[in-house]
Design a binder for this molecule. Sequence first.
Ligand code: ATP
Ligand code: MG
Length: 443
Amino acid sequence: MTDQSKDTKAQTKAQKINGVRGMNDLLPADAAQWAHLDHVLRDLVRAYGYEFLRTPIVEATAVFQRGIGEVTDIVEKEMYSFEDRLNGEQLTLRPEGTAALVRSVIENNLLYEGPKRLWYTGPMFRHERPQRGRYRQFHQFGIEALGFAGPDIDAEIILMGQRLWDELGLKGVRLEINSLGQAHERAEHRAALVTYFEQNQSQLDDDSQRRLISNPLRILDSKNPEMQTLIEGAPKLLDFLGAESLAHFNAVQALLKANNIPCKINPRLVRGLDYYNLTVFEWVTDELGAQGTIAGGGRYDPLIERMGGKPAPACGWAMGMERVLELMKVSGSLPEMQSQCDIFVLHQGGVTLVAAMIIAERLRSAGIDAILFCSPDGQSASFKSQMKKADASGAAFAVIIGPDELAKNEAQIKDLRSSGEQKAIPLDGVLEAVIEALVGASE
Ligand code: ATP
Ligand code: MG
């Protein structure tokens, strides 16, 4: 190669393009684990009578500004918002599921027949600093029970969480719960909080100084270690709840107790979103470091009206799929995932390929998973190298069609897992022989 042609080659080699920071590919090696979690979640929602609702990934920015609240981490600094180049609309990649679901429920008048239990799943987008358990595209599973006012549904949605951890084999997921009361109770508490923080203003960090004016309750949410003692001493919202709010809170706790669900009251649990009232809760673990909250939710009675719908109470929760899978990994509760393939079909190209392809299709029509050997370079490959691929595929049996077999109207079937036994079978009886072999192997 001349120097000149080397240069041209270097120039034309395409630059590698990487994925966006904090947004991950799901690789084949992890796909079966996601499918497993998905499967367990689908069983869970079916068991409690929830119906699926899917909203688009993009919504008008106003959906989240109104539905999450302006003074929240999400709306203040985490949203991927942009202007549609063609018509100037203000749009946002959804950062969570509830606001969009409520938008859809109102728009499609889904509550006209009465309450509804709904669930959703899919990617969410938040511009956060990527780290373990915190990504810019992540996935949530969530449920929303709309039109139910009583403590029974609060308790039921919490039971769903406990059932989920049990089904997934996760131990040590703790429930923390609190009550945010109603707006007028929070207003009284807020006044007391403001007085308290004003008296200690020199100890507030910049974020909290700002929140003192905009949303003092959120100061309690601060993760700054230097603020913790001050926060510990702040007036507690629970002390400001009236009889009705307390009765609701007590009823939820009694129902949890009757179902043997231990919970810890955490008076500092205020949740990130603005629209919650009464019951709020989080499921936490110590095994994931700083990102220890795997799911959270609560009651949000004011939201539907605030989004322009007919007033209706509601509650729900959302779970981070990546965090749950990570927890399953560290706690060793991820099941061994085996390859699903039953049969690997080998041939020697030409007419044997034609016969092999027809047989593979016949097997698939009968519900049997079959991988047909396809050569990487378009040339036929030795049976020895094909057999290596067959072994690596995890298939239980190989079906072999060479020129000698084809001449006799036969194929060979070989046990790849236990005996290694190989025998001839008639070509038009491959399906029966394969079924017999698979049934025999599973006994
Ligand atoms: P955090 O306090 O960890 O930021 P959050 O209060 O913002 O969580 P929610 O809005 O309640 O989280 O979302 C519900 C769940 O979604 C969380 O409990 C978590 O499991 C998951 N989650 C939230 N943000 C992320 C993210 N950036 N990456 C991965 N999972 C996330
Ligand atoms: Mg957050």
